[in-house]
Design a protein around this ligand. Structure first.
Ligand SMILES: [Zn+2]
Length: 388
């Protein structure tokens, strides 16, 4: 891009990273509040250690478990519990669902009115008037990067969509990233969340809103996924691989929050709202197809686009071969997805008859706006046909 560079970069107030550093949870929380709503995921027992650490530092806990993907009603229930229990701090321990739920609860505790007033698409999309109560994000998966993003993805079952509560004020106060917390993540979740991380590094790197700071983190993140995702799936205790994936997830979050995403996430949003599929698994099957369709569209309509060189660089970073070209990158991703046995969309109940509705919804999604090239309706359907 030859136009002058303009960008902003914002992230969590503090990022605390390193194996074993979860033990600092108590002292970090003590500086921010007296009573924490501890938001956990399906395996609520995983938060026991954090709750003990908070207690050692004199911070009381009220536990709120989020068994599945958070819904509008989940956030309302969590906010009500936190108000009843007098919580002045929210600490999420878990995967993307627990982190998204906690982030939204922290926002609603400080703002009046109903959650719907503030939601995009299905609500009134009002801006948050007040900063959320302090929020500490402690991820136990490596993929979403939610610990450094400014939105919370929530499902609305009655609308069959996923929507975001979004505000620059929602960046967490502390992102506490301890790779050791991911050691017992089972191989299939390591694989799907890892593919989300990879997607969140490739899409911002080629997207229309990329910038020099996100480029740096994307390059480094892709390198780490390339060398470590297979190892982390094969052996959950592989410390170096787990550290690489925790960093790659964090870097993907930094990149998507400050640049943008693209068509993979443009499709993954509506798909996740209509079918019970893990977000990372959707990204996995869509990623190589979108790369291929984007490349063909760029070559046809914008053959001089510098984004084509970027796809070559993605291929070189992933394969480690300085002579690699864009199609080698697509092949590398396709092999990875096959090796990790991530299923196609049909496995989640997606049928050819759903393609028109999904393509129309994807075309309107916010992620699609940052795709490196505007895809035609035919190309959007083509992606889905190939991924089903
Ligand atoms: Zn994602």
């Amino acid at each position: 891009m030859s136009s002058p560079t303009h960008f902003e970069f914002a992230t969590a107030t503090r990022i605390v990273f390193g194996p074993g550093r979860v033990r600092e949870a108590g002292s970090l929380a003590k500086a921010l509040g007296k009573r924490a709503l501890v938001v956990t995921g399906r395996r609520a027992g995983r938060a026991a250690r954090v709750i003990a650490l908070l207690a050692d530092s004199g911070v009381d806990s009220s536990i709120f478990a989020v068994p599945g993907e958070p819904e509008v009603a989940t956030v309302e229930a969590g906010s009500a519990q936190a108000r009843t229990d007098g919580c002045d701090l929210v600490v999420s321990v878990g995967g993307g669902s627990a982190l998204d739920a906690g982030k939204a609860i922290a926002a609603m505790l400080a703002n009046e009115g109903r959650l719907l007033d503030y939601l995009e698409v299905i609500g009134e999309g009002r801006s948050l008037a007040q900063p959320p109560v302090p929020f500490i994000a402690i991820p136990t998966t490596a993929g979403t990067g939610t610990e450094v993003t400014r939105n919370a993805v929530l499902a609305s079952p009655e609308h069959r969509v996923k929507v975001s509560l979004r505000s620059p004020l929602m960046l967490p106060r502390v992102a506490l990233v301890d790779p050791e917390l991911t050691y017992d993540l089972p191989p299939h979740l390591t694989a799907s969340t890892g593919l989300d991380a990879l997607t969140q590094l490739i899409e911002p790197f080629v997207c229309s809103r990329r910038n020099p700071m996100t480029d740096v983190v994307c390059r480094e993140g892709m390198r780490r996924v390339a060398r470590s995702l297979r190892a982390a799936v094969a052996d959950g205790q592989a410390a170096a691989a787990r550290e690489d994936m925790a960093l790659a997830s964090l870097f993907g979050g930094l990149a998507l929050a400050n640049a943008g995403l693209g068509a993979v996430h443009g499709f993954a949003g509506p798909l996740g709202g209509m079918f019970p599929a893990p977000h990372g698994a959707l990204c996995a099957v869509l990623l190589p197809v979108v790369m291929e369709v984007n490349l063909a569209a760029l070559r046809e309509r914008e053959p001089a686009s510098p984004t084509l060189d970027r796809y070559d660089e993605v291929a070189q970073t992933l394969t480690g071969d300085p002579a690699a070209r864009a199609p080698d990158g697509v092949a590398w991703v396709r092999q990875l997805v096959a090796a990790l046995r991530l299923p196609r969309l049909a496995a989640y109940g997606v049928k050819p008859a759903d393609i028109d509705e999904l393509a129309a919804k994807a075309a309107r999604s916010s992620s699609m706006k940052a795709n490196p090239v505007a895809l035609t309706a035919h190309e959007l359907r083509q992606v889905l046909e190939q991924a089903v």
